[in-house]
Design a binder for this molecule. Structure first.
Ligand code: FE
Ligand code: CA
Length: 504
């Protein structure tokens, strides 16, 4: 891969003198997990890396540099962090006082080695006029379901921002087939060491590294960063030690994301939800629908977690007090909607549009892990959004391993109910989806779903201007080919002032 070549060139150019290092240390690339940047603001951005290699000291000084040019002739900020064994030798450098709305380049140096170079940027000042924003949403990169051609495509898109909406790792064990082209190393993740090793495996991928090195990311998690279908402090297997497992997973998650130090988990909590204003153009709101949710309604006997249930057999589904976000986050969100900026982007985990899996015989059937499992909470969110007169709300999601394009309504049961928001739920980078035949069968009972495609892997590209949002649903031709072509599956636009996506 060109990234590997680039990394080698960088190391050679930096004059790493192998003769001065022990043979073992010289053979280890301490920056083998690449680098990342994220959580951008108008005056700051977080720079991330993690040192790896045998026999790293418990405390390891790491120098970082941020420059206004790719050749590092105009240094804007520099500093030193200490990578600690107790934080998996991760680095979260936080240059501050930067200029808004501009690109920077960054690199690290540690143990006599120079990292590759990453490109990042600050957000525009909150009140600054902004003509355009290019971003992408992506999610669900299960290692043993495919290679990462989608990330290679992302890296070449000249994005301002990438929103990663969950399932960065999967906690599941190695597949049974020893000949599978990619397998998880190790068993199911339970301990901090397990989760750290899993992140290291995923982050070794050169195309994922290239996507990180190309633009700042905003990250939120879903369930698989911890365990399938978890809800608050309850795991689907009802294991009594789940809170300790979640704490380990949360620590490893913070260590491996470009999050500020101030976000380091405390008391088994990580404040992930936040707001980012992209100048005068857009408000971006990110949610965490895992950490504070009520358990899923009507689970399978002896278990917690998701189920697919008939509405009439599961009265708990419609209990008004059940929440997907938790009371504090719901109240926070109700106050964030913007009536000034042309666009409100709600970056959250899963499909928000109603998706009735039933038939004339069965009546309504819902999957309880997504918003369909929390219909009263969805109604509250959409009511709050309307009451706040949010301008052009667009809901972005992942989780379901399918491209969905949908009209959002207060009342999905009435075909003539007004469309109040637009939804784009992006397919997975690699994780396999449901059979397409099942999604084809959904359209009759869910006419607000304009597109539903579980048979393609990919992500969604957006370009926003004040009057229009353009969306391109990207499709990977061959998920097992790291060099696969990636193309547009479909294009949509949302016109400001007219809720609902339209085919372009
Ligand atoms: Fe997933
Ligand atoms: Ca998920």
């Amino acid at each position: 891969m060109s990234t590997r070549r680039h990394l080698l060139q960088t190391l050679l150019a930096a004059g790493c003198a192998p003769a001065l290092l022990s043979a073992r240390a010289a053979s280890a690339n301490h920056f083998a997990l690449g680098l990342a940047s994220g959580t951008p603001r108008a005056d700051r951005v977080v720079l991330w890396t993690r040192l790896v290699g045998p026999a790293l000291p418990a405390q390891c000084p790491v120098q970082w540099e941020l420059a206004e040019d790719e050749g590092f002739s105009r240094i804007a900020a520099h500093g030193e962090e200490t990578a600690l064994a107790e934080e998996a030798h991760s680095v979260h450098a936080e240059p501050q006082g930067l200029r808004p709305d501009r690109w920077y380049w960054y690199r690290f140096r540690a143990l006599g080695q120079q990292s590759p170079v990453g490109r990042t940027r600050t957000a525009p000042a909150a009140d600054a006029p902004v003509g355009r924003l290019r971003l992408a949403i992506a999610s669900c990169q299960r290692w043993d379901h495919g290679r990462y051609a989608a990330w290679g495509d992302v890296a070449g898109q000249d994005l301002d921002l990438l929103l990663f909406l969950g399932d960065y790792i999967y906690e599941s064990p190695a597949s049974a087939n020893p000949d599978a082209p990619r397998r998880h190393q190790g068993g199911t993740c339970h301990s901090l060491a397990d989760y750290r090793a899993r992140y290291a495996q995923y982050k070794g991928d050169p195309q994922l590294q290239a996507a990180h090195a190309a633009a700042p990311w905003i990250n939120v998690w879903d369930d698989h960063e911890v365990a399938n279908d978890f809800a608050g402090l309850v795991g689907q297997d009802l294991a009594p030690d789940f809170p300790a497992r979640r704490a380990a997973a949360m620590q490893a998650y913070w260590e491996h994301m470009p999050f500020p130090r101030a976000w380091k988990p405390r008391d088994n909590e990580l404040r992930l939800y936040h707001r980012l204003d992209w100048g005068s153009l857009a408000r971006i709101l990110t949610l965490d629908d895992r950490q504070w949710r009520d358990p899923q309604a009507c689970p399978k006997p002896g278990r917690a977690g998701s189920n697919t249930v008939n509405r009439r057999d599961c009265p708990a589904l419609d209990q008004p007090q059940r929440s997907l976000l938790g009371a504090a986050q719901e109240q926070w969100l109700a106050r964030q909607w913007d009536r000034e900026r042309p666009w409100n982007l709600l970056a959250q985990q899963t499909l928000m549009a109603r998706c009735d899996h039933g038939s004339a015989n069965s009546g309504e059937r819902y999957w309880t892990d997504g918003w369909d499992g929390y219909p009263a909470a969805r109604r509250r969110l959409l009511q709050d959004m309307q009451a706040a007169q949010a301008r052009n709300p667009v809901v972005l999601g992942g989780d379901v391993h399918a491209h969905y394009v949908a009209d959002l309504k207060q009342d999905f049961e009435r075909d003539d109910a007004p469309v109040i928001a637009s939804e784009f739920c992006g397919s997975s980078i690699s994780s396999e989806g449901l059979p397409q035949a099942r999604l084809d069968g959904l359209r009759a009972r869910n006419p607000h779903l304009q597109l539903a495609r579980s048979d393609v892997r990919g992500y969604v590209l957006f370009e926003l201007q004040a009057g229009q949002l353009q969306a391109r649903l990207r499709q990977v031709d061959d998920p097992w080919d790291a060099a696969s072509p990636v193309r547009d599956l479909a294009r949509y636009v949302v016109e400001a002032g007219r809720p609902g996506p339209q085919p372009a």
